[in-house]
Ligand binder design. Sequence first.
Ligand code: ATP
Ligand code: TPS
Ligand code: MG
Ligand code: MG
Ligand code: MG
Length: 321
Amino acid sequence: MGPDSSQDAQTISQVGEFGLINRVTSGRAQSPGTLLGPGDDAAVLAAPDGRVVATTDVLVEQVHFRFDWSTPHQVGRKAVAVNLSDIAAMGAVPTGLLVGLGCSPDLPTTVVDELAAGMWEEAQRVGISVVGGDMVSATSLTISVTALGDLQGREPVTRSGARPGDVVAVAGRLGWSAAGLAVLGRGFRSPVAVVGAHRVPEPPYEAGPQAAVAGATSMVDTSDGLLADLGHIAAASGVAVDVRTELVEVPQRLTEVASALGADARHWVLTGGEDQALVATFPQGRPLPEGWRPIGAVVEGEGVTVDGDAYAGPSGWEHWR
Ligand SMILES: Nc1ncnc2c1ncn2[C@@H]1O[C@H](COP(=O)(O)OP(=O)(O)OP(=O)(O)O)[C@@H](O)[C@H]1O
Ligand SMILES: Cc1ncc(C[n+]2csc(CCOP(=O)(O)O)c2C)c(N)n1
Ligand SMILES: [Mg+2]
Ligand SMILES: [Mg+2]
Ligand SMILES: [Mg+2]
């Protein structure tokens, strides 16, 4: 129980993840060097000799990963990948990582060795390294990664620039991680294509800066689910987003897995988290950069619809909900 529990009986699960973020961020004046943030995939800070992009994502054992589903090496790669996709979602390129680890006293050191090896592998794929961090005692294995990035002289692509008439487009996979999670959750280990996608996402890192160069008006990475994450663009931009199902591919592989499990592949594509795809809006009539495919349109209004209708059921993952 916190010190104010008698005055404030609300629990975290009642306010939810985004209510909680709102409580700690709203009404606080930002320091003069804060060019953007909080509220986007990453913050942008002024530095006397340039600007720095910064973002943090935390992964907790049993919440974000399980060692009977993933190896420590895979978890290390994922912990870095989910941060690098937030840097890419600003149109930036990564420059370095800081890694905080909370470990229980009985954790074998080989687990930490393998986590670190996975982190370094993913970092080196984009030519960066781990430049610092922290090690503490904890009851659950907790991994906090901070990624720093560079805008290469461009303006950041925020969540707030979408305008009615813009085209909504996606780069990367949708629904694959959710399919893998469903497979693992039912005790299976194959098909390896979807299980592998859950263990280690493959964010299209280069598509972020390419979208920025091509004039993207807003961008986000998909961590909670396509519809949930488009909701952040809609809210921040003061617009509505309509996803057109005739444009959204449901891969054959996902349809097969869904029918084997009695699940809905389209639901995975629209609401599944942890693929770390990039979703952006582009002015109409401009060619989309390579690797980007249209999935809908920005219109006047608020919220996210699918073929003009509200989506029935949750639009993605929310902690404590
Ligand atoms: N404790 C906190 N204090 C200040 N800002 C926070 C805090 N937690 C989250 N935020 C900010 O709230 C915004 C939304 O956070 P969120 O974690 O949903 O974004 P994300 O990292 O893009 O998504 P995900 O964590 O699902 O990958 C971000 O700008 C983030 O920096
Ligand atoms: C063991 C286990 N159970 C469930 C899930 C699914 N899951 C956890 S967090 C999250 C959304 C993104 O998180 P965040 O918003 O913290 O970035 C999703 C889809 C998992 N990965 N592992
Ligand atoms: Mg993000
Ligand atoms: Mg986050
Ligand atoms: Mg999230």
